[in-house]
Every structure is written in C-alpha cells, then in structure tokens.
Design a protein around this ligand. Structure first.
Ligand SMILES: Cc1cc2nc3c(=O)[nH]c(=O)nc-3n(C[C@H](O)[C@H](O)[C@H](O)COP(=O)(O)OP(=O)(O)OC[C@H]3O[C@@H](n4cnc5c(N)ncnc54)[C@H](O)[C@@H]3O)c2cc1C
Length: 508
C-alpha cells in the first residue's frame, strides 16, 4: 500500500487546493483532518469555531465523495496521529497548506516537521495566501501578492480509489473539549456552499452598499462582504475570491456604485495577507509588544473589574455595550466597531491587549490570528509605527447610530430612553428613569471611569513613550519588517524629518 497524506487544516475545500491536486496526481491519497484537543483548549478557541469547522467538514466530506475520495478525521496530537498512521502503513509524503497560526499550532508544526525528518517523510507545504515564509523585508511584498492572485486556480482533482488505512474516530463533543457553553445563536454557518452563496450575493448585489455602508454597525452586516469566516477556515480560497472580484470589476455593465464598492473590498483582500504576514514574520507578536519600547506600559496595572465589565457589556457606554451584545448573538461585528472596542479597552479602561484579544478571539467567528493580534496591537498603540487612533464611543454613536436604532436593538432596556439621553443615559434624573422604565446601575451600568479624563490620561502615557527618543529610534526597523508601503493600509504615522522611517518605499 503506497499513499500520500493530505492534511486539511484551515483550508476546508477541494477547489483551488494545490496539496490535494498534487497528491492526487501522484497516486492514492488519504484525506485527513486532525482534531487536536490541545489546540481547542487554548484561550483563543471557542465553541462557535468548532461548530463552524464541523459544518465545513460536512461540506468537505461531500465534495471529496463527489470526486472519488473520503475524508477521515482523527483525534489527538498531530504527531501521535501521524505516528499511528505510519505504523499502520507507512506513507510516502505529507502535503498541506502553510499555516500562520497561534503559538500552539506553530509549535505543533515544528514538532511535525521534526517527526517527518526523523521518519524520512517529506512534508510539502503550499502557499494559499499572499504571505511569504522567511520574508525579511517588506519592500516589493505586493508584487508577490499580485503574482499569487493572478495564477490560475487549481481545479478539483479526481481521486483514485485507494486502499488506505482507516483512522476515523468518534468526534468529541465541545463539552468534552472543555469549551465554554456559549455559542452565538445567529452566527454564520460553515461550509463551502454557504461561502459561495455569500460571495455571490456580495458580488452581484450587496457590494453596492460597501462604500459608505461598512462603518455603521446598522448597515455593515449587509454592506460588508461577510466573507471573513469562509476565508479564515478556508472554505473559499483567497485567490478565487480575488479573481471573482476582478471579473466583476472588469464587467463594463457593472454599475458605478458596485465597482467602487468592489475596489474598496479588493484593498481589504490585500490587507488580509498584509496583516497575516506580520505574525508569520514575527510569531512573538501574539504575546508581546511589537515595539518592545512599550513593554511595561499596561502590564502592571491590569484592572480585572474593567475587563469583566467589558466582557459582560456593562461599561455603561451604550454603543460599546450594544456591540458586545451583538457579538454574543452573532459572532461578528464590523471593523470600526472592533477598533472602537479595543480602543475603549486600551485607553479609558487601560487594559492590556492580550486578555482583551483572547476574549475577542472567542467572540469572532472569523478569528484569524495574524489579522487579530496585529490589529489588537495597532489599536492599542503598541506597534510604534501607527498613528495613535482613539475612538470615542460617544462620538462613534453620534456618527454611526445617530437615532439610536442600533443601541436600542441590542440593549432593549434603553428602548424608551429619549434620543437626547441615549448617549449618556446614566445622567438621566430619577423621575425620567422611572418614566422610561430604566434603573441606572441596574438595567444599565454607570461608566466605570470618566471617559474624557481617563482617555486624556491614557493618551498622555502613550504619547510620552512615543516621543521618548529611545522608543522613536526603534521605529525604523519595525517599519522595515512590518510596515505597509501603502500608508492608507494601516494608517502609518507620518515620518518626522530626518527619520529613517521616511525611507519606507511606497509601492502599493
Ligand atoms: C481588533 C480587530 C480584530 C480583528 N480580528 C479579525 C480576525 O480575527 N479575523 C478577520 O478576518 N478580521 C479581523 N479584523 C479585521 C476586520 O474587522 C474583519 O476582517 C472584517 O470585519 C470582516 O468582515 P467582512 O468579511 O465582511 O469584511 P470586508 O470589509 O468585506 O473585507 C473583506 C475581507 O478583507 C479582510 N479584511 C477586512 N478588513 C481588514 C483589516 N482591517 N485588516 C485585515 N484584513 C481585513 C478580511 O479577510 C475580510 O473578510 C479585526 C479588526 C480589528 C479592529
């Protein structure tokens, strides 16, 4: 029995799947998914992620059957699973996509690599994103992204009937894996079929609302593409989404609004890989500040009561608490509201980005470590290369929910609060509270801190470090390693005269 193992990770599809096509070209294939309890017990894993993966595996199973194959899944440490399989019947090669994951999956990959070397089993990893392994310098990065996304998609192969070992085991329950019982009831469903229909509805209709619609939490759920979980878990390939988008943009009959929307969407598809590249280049940024000059800034005065209030949606600032409520129900919220949540955590609540990021990772159905941790640091001001951007939740409410529709939908206790009090309901006099059926401190929280004072103090602390000559001197090397050559991509701070930062080439 000679065969190859194709290891499905965060690439749950058969279309545009180079490792599968390559293995199928060479002979019999064992299609394997490994459910690794140690990874599901990490603080960034959530029941909703497991549910999404299970739904996606169902589709993958059906797709594999259609092309003559079968999906098998094993439970345990990946090295142990490979060892068991190899003992049953040695395999010739391991093929998979490259993965830029968290520290646990990174460590697992290193151990798999060692196991492969010890057993003389080649492990071939294929790229699926515009992320470059071993990259030292960001210059010209965008060229490789263009090349990758212009290459033809890999069609699904026909699999030969194969006499391969059986390894499928019982799928453990989310409870057995120790996952928190909460699962957002309205979260997006997994699987390629859902992914394709979301893609079609966006390309054909919803993209008309993208420009101008993605910032408000009211319009964003339909104006945004909503493709993030399908990209994260690989139900769709990045390349197929990019090429389908290019195809629509090139259609001369496409209405202008849709074209503008799709152009904006296309920049985000660059950002997807641009941010993942940061974690690929420097895995340590999942746990420590991108700019080490910010070490010690927030680590020592962590306030657990602030974190608890934020996680429970009891900060007292209605837009913030409404976003937390929406996340609990749907597992998704738009970019601006994510940035605002982190900004509120990092500035007025003065929380370190790591525990906030762990909590948000579990809230987001699309949790993608590379994007997530880079964004957490960027919005918390610890990259050293981005302009400090602080989102005031009252101003965001005025700009993006001026009539309180969003806040009232997700915080029903505020239904009868008049518009004029909706930004600061804790200031309502007792008789008005009684008329609106709201008790401040019971139905809605009193803010934990004075927003203006706490934000000003936080900004001063960050600014003092930012302007410290020793910290400023560290910027240039971070820009070389991580900086986008396009200022709009990540709001790079303007270089001051004479700084090496000024040498950053703008090539996309
Ligand atoms: C604190 C914070 C944490 C985030 N964590 C994640 C995460 O774990 N996973 C994730 O996919 N996105 C994350 N984002 C980025 C962004 O908010 C989501 O990608 C977006 O809201 C997903 O919805 P969509 O697919 O409808 O987005 P669209 O606007 O339709 O964008 C299309 C795709 O482009 C990519 N993209 C969009 N915005 C960004 C961005 N700012 N940076 C990098 N890529 C982007 C995503 O892959 C997205 O699916 C985070 C943003 C912030 C501020």
């Amino acid at each position: 029995m000679t065969y190859r193992v194709v290891w499905f990770k965060r690439d749950l599809r058969v279309w545009d799947h180079a490792p599968l096509a390559e293995a199928a070209r060479l002979g019999p294939v064992l299609c394997l998914y490994v459910l690794e309890p140690a990874l599901w017990q990490q603080p960034d894993a959530a029941r909703q992620h497991l549910g999404f993966v299970q739904e996606s595996l169902k589709d993958l199973q059906a797709e594999l059957r259609r092309i003559g194959g079968r999906l098998q899944w094993a439970v345990g440490d990946a090295v142990d699973v490979l060892e068991r399989l190899h003992r049953q019947a040695p395999f010739l090669e391991l093929l998979s996509h490259e993965e830029t994951g968290n520290a646990a999956s990174h460590g697992r990959d290193r151990r798999v690599k060692r196991w492969c070397a010890d057993h003389s089993v080649p492990w071939r990893e294929f790229r699926q994103f515009g992320v470059v392994r071993g990259l030292r310098e960001r210059r010209h990065w965008v060229r490789q992204w263009e090349q990758l996304t212009h290459t033809a998609q890999t069609p699904e192969p026909a699999l030969q009937p194969a006499d391969v070992p059986r390894c499928t085991e019982a799928w453990p329950s989310a409870d057995a894996l120790g996952l928190d019982p909460h699962e957002p009831p309205l979260r997006q469903r997994g699987g390629r079929a859902h992914g394709l229909s979301v893609l079609q509805s966006f390309l054909n209709e919803r993209s008309a609302g993208y420009r101008g619609g993605i910032s408000s939490p009211l319009s964003a759920p339909s104006a945004c593409s909503r493709l993030s979980p399908y990209l994260t878990w690989g139900c769709l390939s990045l390349r197929e989404v990019v090429q389908a988008t290019r195809g629509r943009i090139d259609d001369p009959a496409l209405p202008a609004r849709q074209r503008q929307g799709l152009e904006g969407f296309m920049s985000r598809l660059h950002w997807h890989c641009h941010f993942i590249q940061k974690l690929e280049t420097e895995p340590a940024i999942e746990h420590r500040n991108m700019h080490r000059g910010y070490d010690g800034l927030r680590e020592h005065d962590h306030n657990p009561a602030h974190l608890q209030a934020l996680m429970e949606g009891r900060t007292g600032w209605p837009l913030v608490d409404a976003c937390v409520a929406m996340l609990r129900e749907t597992g998704w919220i738009n970019f601006r509201m994510r940035a605002m949540l982190v900004s509120v955590a990092a500035y007025p609540l003065w929380l370190h980005w790591r525990p906030v990021g762990e909590w948000l990772a579990r809230q987001f159905i699309d949790y993608e470590p590379g994007i997530h941790w880079s964004q957490l640091q960027m919005q918390s001001g610890t990259t050293g290369i981005n302009t400090t951007r602080v989102y005031n939740p009252l101003k965001q409410a005025q700009d993006h929910d001026p009539h309180g529709h969003f806040v009232r939908r997700w915080l029903p206790a505020l239904q009868r609060v008049p518009d004029s009090w909706l930004l600061q309901p804790w200031l309502m006099p007792p008789d008005l509270q009684a008329r609106c059926g709201v008790v401040v401190g019971v139905d809605i929280a009193v803010p934990l801190v004075d927003l203006d004072l706490a934000t000003r103090a936080a900004k001063e602390r960050v600014y003092a470090l930012r302007t410290d000559p020793a910290v400023a001197a560290g910027q240039a090397s971070i820009v070389r390693r991580h900086g986008s050559r396009n200022r709009s991509a990540e709001n790079l701070s303007k270089p001051r005269q004479g700084q090496a930062l000024a040498q950053a080439t703008l090539d996309f």
